[in-house]
Design a protein around this ligand. Structure first.
Ligand code: FES
Length: 81
């Protein structure tokens, strides 16, 4: 029988290797109100060492904002992006 969820626990996807911060961690900080890379850094230090993760954090923030606007029914998503 087909099991749609063969791996119930997905391995964490690391965004910041310097501080072992995962996408899940970043999303949780976003849900708590962190809306800029600087605020994410204040919450978990992600992006404050080598900085190579900052673009990925920016992309997560942008994608989440875009998704929220889409779900809220925004008509012109170009203004959000
Ligand atoms: S990978 Fe995030 S600060 Fe280095």
């Amino acid at each position: 029988m087909f099991d749609p969820e063969p791996y119930p626990e997905r391995p964490p996807v690391y965004v910041c290797n310097c501080f072992a911060v995962t996408e899940e961690d970043v999303r949780r900080h976003m849900a708590d109100g962190a809306c800029t890379p600087r605020r994410i850094a204040s919450a978990c230090k992600a992006g404050t060492d080598c900085g190579s993760c900052v673009r990925r954090i920016q992309a997560l923030l942008a994608r989440t904002a875009l998704h929220r606007e889409y779900e809220s029914g925004a008509e012109n998503l170009d203004e959000v992006a």
